[in-house]
Design a protein around this ligand. Structure first.
Ligand code: IMP
Length: 178
C-alpha cells in the first residue's frame, strides 16, 4: 500500500529528448569505430531510456538486459545487490555500455559494473539518465549522466513507485498529500 501522493513535473519530455540526443552523440564519440556496441539495460527502470537512446545511436548495437535486485516495492534501497537475470551473450573483448535509470546510493550500478567488468570487456562505460549525488553511499560516478537532480523520489520515463507511473512521458517528483 502507498500513501496518497501527487506528481509534480520535474523534467519535461522535451528536455529529456534533447538530452538523450546529446548523450547519443557523446556515446558515438566514446565508442567511435566499434565493431558492435553491447548496450546493457538494467531492468526494469531503464527500458524507456534505452529504447530512446539506441534509436538515436548511429552505431552498430546489440541490446541485452541485466536485472539486479534493489528497491522492491518501497522507497528504500536494499544495499545488498543481487543479480537476478544475467546477460545472454559473452562480454569478453566487447565494447559495453551499461544503461541505468537513476543512480541513488550507487550500490546497484557499482555492483553491476563490477560484475560486467570481471568478464573482461574491451571498453566498459556506464550511463545514467538521472543522478542524485546527495544520496551517494559508495564512491561511484557514472561516466555519462543525463541530469543531476536533488534528493527527491522521482517517477516516470520508465521509473516507478511501487510499480506505478513508469508510463509517464516526463520525470516527476512524488509529493505525499497526507
Ligand atoms: P541505488 O543502488 O541506490 O543507486 O539505486 C538504484 C536503483 O534504485 C535505481 O535503478 C532505481 O530502480 C531505484 N531508485 C533510486 N532512486 C529512485 C527514485 O527516486 N525513484 C524510483 N526508483 C529509484
Amino acid at each position: 500500500m502507498t500513501q496518497p501522493y501527487v506528481i509534480d513535473q520535474m523534467i519535461s519530455a522535451k528536455s529529456i529528448a534533447a538530452r538523450v540526443e546529446a548523450l547519443a552523440d557523446e556515446i558515438e564519440t566514446t565508442f567511435a569505430g566499434t565493431e558492435k556496441l553491447l548496450v546493457v539495460g538494467l531492468l526494469r527502470g531503464s527500458f524507456v531510456f534505452i529504447a530512446d537512446l539506441v534509436r538515436e545511436l548511429d552505431l552498430p548495437v546489440e541490446v541485452d538486459f541485466i536485472e539486479a535486485s534493489s528497491y522492491g516495492d518501497g522507497m528504500e534501497t536494499s544495499r545488498e545487490v543481487r543479480i537476478l537475470k544475467d546477460l545472454r551473450g559473452t562480454v569478453e573483448g566487447r565494447d559495453v555500455l551499461i544503461v541505468e535509470d537513476i543512480v541513488d546510493t550507487g550500490h546497484t550500478l557499482a555492483r553491476v559494473s563490477e560484475f560486467v567488468a570481471a568478464r573482461k570487456p574491451a571498453r566498459l562505460k556506464t550511463i545514467a539518465l538521472l543522478d542524485k549525488p546527495a544520496r551517494r553511499e559508495v564512491d561511484f560516478k557514472a561516466d555519462m549522466i543525463g541530469f543531476e537532480i536533488p534528493d527527491a523520489f522521482v517517477v516516470g520515463y520508465g521509473i516507478d513507485y511501487a510499480q506505478r507511473n513508469r508510463n509517464l512521458p516526463y520525470i516527476g517528483c512524488v509529493r505525499f498529500t497526507s
